[in-house]
Design a protein. Structure first.
Length: 380
């Protein structure tokens, strides 16, 4: 993975680049506002100017595969953003209230690829076709059922039907999910209950496998919405192409403490492998929080856990395209920022205000990566 940073006046850009001469190139782009005196509309305009400049001049016109906007105040900002998206390539565009902790009102993560065809399917999923595979993205799925349990159940039931329309299933094709939970301390239990029940009906059990996932605080514009959902699936993969990461010396299976997700997963293609690490915190292989109330030690243990997961697929932090970092307490921002900048000065990253699902966890991170790989499967 190669990295590039650009200072564009009011916007700071971090880019990861996976180049290949005979197939799709991949990029992760994280844009953050430097001029905190600008209002939301001005920050958004600067962000979009920077994005279009980088996409055209630095990334050779690569296609946006998936975007996520991180807002400081979705209730007041989401409608403005929606209006502005009419003038930019919206495509698969997730919007969530998770305030950027540098003090800005908006930040942006974009995942891009070259040499792909993009469409919206009849099922409502966003489709990216390349080679033998079709990549299917869902974003901003939600409803207004009476509580977080019912909302989660309806979300998964609808998503299962969308996958079925694409001749896919949760068990065989879904690779990654994100569950953003309003008031996570009170509403996460309902999310867990519904997900466990839906997964059981879909053949996702401790004896089979679960799905790499992040469950974290976040909200959309609508106050009634307790759960917002993004997901990624791949059509055309064989079950044998997907490997799951456990790092049992550092972590325990999630079902041991009542939840159902994988710590990480890998999809092996003929020319590369994609690596997905779930939201990972300072936890040990007994499911216990490690280093309560010590942010520095929690960051270090979190890094150790992610590093152990990556080692199972012969990858390192140098293969990662981005880091999303979640904090419970704004007072920890400067410490965490300095730690990440010292160890990972080049990797695109954004630090967000988003409490983790257990109050004792002060910090969590997730990441995605790509690594060169040779196998008998069709190329990416």
């Amino acid at each position: 993975m190669n990295y590039k940073h650009l200072n564009l006046g009011d916007v700071y850009a971090e880019i990861s680049i996976y180049n290949t001469s005979n197939s799709a190139c991949e990029y992760h782009l994280i844009l953050q506002i430097e001029n905190l005196k600008l209002n939301f509309e001005q920050q958004l305009e600067k962000l979009h100017e920077a994005y279009l400049h980088i996409k055209g001049d630095e990334l050779n016109g690569a296609s946006s595969i998936f975007k996520r906007y991180f807002l400081s105040d979705a209730a007041n900002q989401a409608d403005i953003l929606k209006e502005k998206l009419n003038n930019i390539d919206a495509k698969a565009c997730s919007v969530i209230e998770q305030p950027p902790l540098n003090g800005s009102k908006v930040a942006l993560w974009v995942y891009l690829m070259s040499d792909v065809k993009t469409t919206k399917t009849n099922s409502g999923l966003y489709s990216i076709k390349h080679g033998s595979y079709e990549h299917l993205w869902l974003y901003n799925a939600n409803n207004k059922a009476s509580n977080s349990e019912y909302q989660t159940r309806l979300i998964f039931n609808e998503y299962t039907m969308q996958l079925l329309q694409e001749e896919c299933s949760l068990a065989n094709n879904c690779v990654r999910t994100w569950l953003f939970v309003q008031d996570v301390d009170n509403n996460y239990a309902g999310v867990v209950k519904a997900r466990n029940e839906v997964f059981f009906t879909q053949g996702l059990t401790p004896e089979t496998h679960f799905i790499t996932s992040t469950g974290i605080a976040g909200r959309c514009k609508k106050r009634e919405v307790k759960v917002n959902f993004d997901a990624y699936a791949v059509k055309g993969i064989a079950n044998s192409q997907v490997k799951y990461l456990y790092a049992k010396t550092h972590l325990n299976p999630t079902y041991e403490y009542g939840v159902s997700f994988e710590r990480g997963s890998v999809i092996e293609y003929g020319d590369r492998k994609h690596i997905f690490i779930s939201g990972t915190a300072s936890i040990n292989n007994k499911g216990e929080i490690v280093h309560p109330n010590d942010i520095k030690q929690q960051v270090q243990r979190m890094w150790d856990n992610v590093e152990a997961l990556l080692a199972e697929t012969e990858a390192t932090f140098n293969d990662m395209g981005q880091f999303l970092i979640y904090l419970r307490d704004t007072g920890d921002y400067q410490v965490v920022k300095e730690m990440f900048e010292e160890r990972f000065p080049d990797t695109p990253k954004v630090i967000l205000l988003a409490p983790v699902c257990r109050p004792g966890w002060l910090v969590e991170m997730e990441c995605m990566g790509v690594k060169q790989h040779k196998s008998d499967y069709p190329n990416f």
